[in-house]
Design a protein around this ligand. Sequence first.
Ligand SMILES: [Zn+2]
Length: 297
Amino acid sequence: MKQIVLHRNSPYRVKVIRWRMLTAMQIRRRLVLRRFAGGGTFFCMLLGNMDRHTAQGAVAGAVVDRPRPLVILDPGHGGHDPGATGVSGTLEKDVTLASAFALKASLEAEGRYRVELTRTQDHYVAPDDRVDIAHDLGASLFLSMHADQLADPAVRGASVYTLARRASDAETEALAERENGLIAGGDGRLAHAPPEVSGILASLAARETRAASTRIAHQLVRDLRRRLPVLPSPERRANFTVLHAAGIPSVLIEMGFLSNSEDEAALNDPAHREVIARAMTRAVNAWFAAPRDDGLL
Ligand SMILES: [Zn+2]
């Protein structure tokens, strides 16, 4: 009989059946699983602060499910591409990386997700490579994190974007051009126009992905606006290159404006980034918990 030890950070989600229904969240201690012949079915004993008698009572048939869903966080820009520059000199690439680390910690604390970043250091990652990372790792959700910049220093607030062939408004079209151009051409050269998305958007799978993307965008706006200023009509659409991952619900979040001194100061404050991370974690939790009929995890 082979013993398998599942640690809390194991990619496997464990559903315990038969004696009692426990969710993975309730299983805080490691499990020792004794594997029996036969695909995927295990018997397990809960360890931890239970006494032996209770532990024996809790012996249950368990099914080791597919791995916990993977959330990819995409800190915008990096390396020779600084992104937006704040009124006090803050660089978007630094704010996005720090915010992604805060969100990673917040999501991992939930114990329900695996979380990876498209970059963990100050280096350049091409937009197509960001999408490829999400595909290669089998992401269930892709969140691209940014901070915007406008000529008007009074404009502030967060906003959330999903992929569309046509932008929802002129401001968003200009934003997509800035993000696509800055991301791809950090040397000042504008990127090639993003690939045509009409073919992608036409397929059934894409409609499902788009519906799932819209749901996470709704949820993010709902949770962010409880704790942060948001733009008027904060949920918008445009052809962002980093949202092209086929089959992976993807959204781009602008956490605020570095051209606004209040937003810039807030985004430089770890406590504020923590507020954003917690709000986004609530949205991710709600999104994964919601009943879905799109076949996407
Ligand atoms: Zn950006």
